[in-house]
Design a protein around this ligand. Structure first.
Ligand code: ADP
Length: 594
């Protein structure tokens, strides 16, 4: 077909067809193949080869028209300067196309060119095997994305104006399609990285650190299409804690000696406030890796990896571990969003290590406190047993003293104080007994009856103290499932406290009721009241109010601790509502018999 007929009608139709195909592809590699194939099939060139610009290197990505050439040059990496700099500087500008005629081709350049096996024609416009024609691929805003070299033009003639226009128009469209495909690729990468980070955070929140480390290496390997991801968190030697590590696809992480050197470098970064990931490439670039750089490069070489991205895991200025991502991709081994994701993963792992440490410390403290509590219980039990026997003897002999003519007031004083000591020791014994108790002896217990018993017992004391006592019971019996020995202790304690801490002229009202499956005893007094601050520790053993007025009244601070333990052993509780100077209301709740 004479070339003048190719354009415009047929040419435009082909161009339209090509552009449509190219722009409909989603996959980046497919788009490049389509573009190259389009130039061969649609525009009639013998060979088209597209290289992608990755950093300062052109990587041959797609070749159409000649399978042998494809085998030979796909994946080949050429310094961008050699083509875009040197070649372009001696080229004729055909719009955005660049044409280097054979006679201008520098000697040393010829070696790197693919030279077709054709004879140079005699006509002035004949294509010469050493002629080179380039079509750079640009994004919409003029960023160079790649370069296409075409050879063996239609009819083996240097393309005329119409063909140049056609190629140029196609290349402009192809650049846009390439840009779109790259954007889509970037977007899907971002989505995958986001997903990997989300999985890491979830694993950290739900599981232990070990699970989180495994989630990190799996997720990042997938999202970054990495050759290997390894992570290590240093143990806490002070607490006999071993290192934790994970790796994927190989479980083994960075080998011993390299790990030691790497740790030395990373410690320096972190101490200097440098927490961002850094890159080591197999061709020997390792800024910041003073100690470990050479060993790292050797490690990359041994495994056939192109680069490693190393991220410290740190907490303020302490190095806690590291994350290493290896790739086989040269050129641009890691995209900016991947570096950001590694950075974020490092930060998240730092947070998780900190949380795990806090949890460990917490567990240790709780264990220590438990041990202390057990020891305290034992101590109380032993001491109170030892005190009980001599006290009984003292009380017995006091009675003999009066008969022997000792002044009655002295005998009374000895008796009062011995009785007080006896109450303290009894309380101590009760406390240690109830603390060690797991099971109760339960049966049907009538709450109103218990309260009547308590009021009888306190009748003399309340009358002497000038405190009026009243009992309100419902007509229906309130029967709880309780321990007939232990429950009276609780009601006695609440009621005697109410009388004890209520000044003369005050009132104590005890009510019994059933409510929401529980039997309740409400002890309400018009006494001293308890400040909010004291209420916090009210039920702790040995706690006494800070209120000076209450402190003048003898007490051990054990009654409420014993009472609450008994209530809880019943599956019930005791609550308090009180205001300083206004009186207090204590409510005991015990499950009703069903
Ligand atoms: P004790 O009365 O032997 O000191 P408790 O454990 O029974 O020990 O009570 C702890 C503290 O709570 C008391 O020292 C007292 O300060 C305060 N408290 C208990 N009940 C009342 C109450 N009804 N009114 C005011 N303060 C009370």
């Amino acid at each position: 077909m004479p070339r003048s007929e190719t354009f415009p009608a047929e040419g435009v139709r082909r161009l339209y067809e090509l552009t449509r195909r190219v722009t409909s592809s989603a996959d980046l590699a497919e788009v490049l193949e389509e573009i190259a194939q389009g130039v061969v099939d649609g525009l009639g060139y013998g060979v088209a080869a597209i290289s992608r610009l990755e950093g300062d290197v052109l990587v041959m990505a797609a070749v159409a028209g000649n399978d042998e050439v494809r085998e030979e040059i796909v994946g080949r990496r050429t310094p961008a300067e050699q083509v875009l700099g040197r070649e372009f500087s001696i080229a004729d500008h055909w719009g955005i196309l660049r044409f280097v005629p054979h006679d201008r081709q520098p000697e040393d350049q010829i070696e790197s060119l693919w030279v077709p096996d054709i004879e140079a024609g005699a006509e002035p416009d004949a294509w010469h095997p050493l002629d080179a024609l380039y079509a750079p691929l640009y994004s919409a805003d003029g960023v160079l994305l790649g370069n296409m070299a075409v050879d063996l033009p239609p009819d083996n003639k240097v393309p005329d104006q119409q063909q140049r226009d056609l190629l140029e128009m196609f290349v402009v469209q192809a650049g846009l399609a390439l840009e779109n495909a790259q954007r889509r690729e970037q977007l899907s990468r971002q989505v995958m990285l986001g997903e990997a980070l989300r999985r890491l955070t979830t694993a950290g929140a739900h599981g232990d650190l070990d699970t989180a480390l495994r989630a990190a290496v799996l997720g990042l390997t997938e999202a970054m299409d990495a050759a290997q991801v390894s992570v290590r968190c240093f143990g806490d030697t002070a607490h006999d804690q071993a290192d934790l590590a994970a790796g994927f696809p190989r479980a083994a992480g960075v080998p011993g000696e390299l790990a030691r050197l790497l740790r030395r470098d990373l410690t320096q970064w972190v101490e200097g406030g440098e927490l961002r990931p850094r890159l080591v490439t197999v061709d020997g670039q390792h800024p910041g890796f003073e100690a470990s750089g050479l060993a790292l490069v050797r490690h990359l070489r041994d495994h056939g990896w192109a680069a490693a991205l190393v991220t410290p895991i740190a907490l303020s200025q302490e190095l806690l571990g590291y994350l290493v991502v290896m790739t086989i991709k040269p050129g641009v081994p890691f995209h900016p969003e991947e570096i950001e994701a590694a950075n974020e993963a490092g930060r998240e792992l730092g947070r998780l290590v900190r949380d795990a440490r806090l949890r460990r410390t917490e567990r240790r403290l709780v264990a220590e406190l438990r041990e202390l509590d057990r020891y305290k219980g034992e101590l109380i039990a032993t001491i109170s047993h030892e005190l009980k026997t001599p006290l009984t003897s003292i009380i017995g002999h006091t009675e003999l003293l009066e008969e022997a003519g000792v002044h009655p007031s002295s005998v009374a004083a000895i008796g009062r104080n011995a009785a007080r000591l006896d109450r303290l020791v009894t309380n101590l014994l009760n406390y240690s007994r109830i603390q060690g108790r797991q099971q109760l002896d339960r049966g049907k217990v009538d709450l109103a009856e218990l309260c009547r018993g308590t009021l009888d017992m306190l009748a003399f004391q309340s009358r002497t103290a000038g405190v009026a006592m009243a009992l309100e019971v419902p007509t229906e019996q309130v029967i709880v499932w309780g321990d007939g020995e232990e429950l009276p202790r609780v009601i006695d304690n609440l009621c005697s406290n109410a009388v004890k801490y209520t000044p003369r002229g005050g009132q104590v009202r005890v009510s019994v009721r059933a409510r929401q499956g529980m039997g309740e005893v409400v002890v309400c007094d018009t006494g001293l009241g308890i400040s909010q601050q004291d209420q916090v520790h009210l039920f702790s053993a040995f706690h006494r109010s800070t209120n000076p007025e209450a402190l003048t009244i003898p007490g051990t601070g054990l009654g409420l601790a014993i009472s609450r333990t008994i209530a809880e052993l019943h599956g019930g509780d005791i609550t308090v509502e009180s205001e300083l100077g206004e009186g207090s209301t204590f409510t005991l709740r015990i499950p009703l018999v069903e």
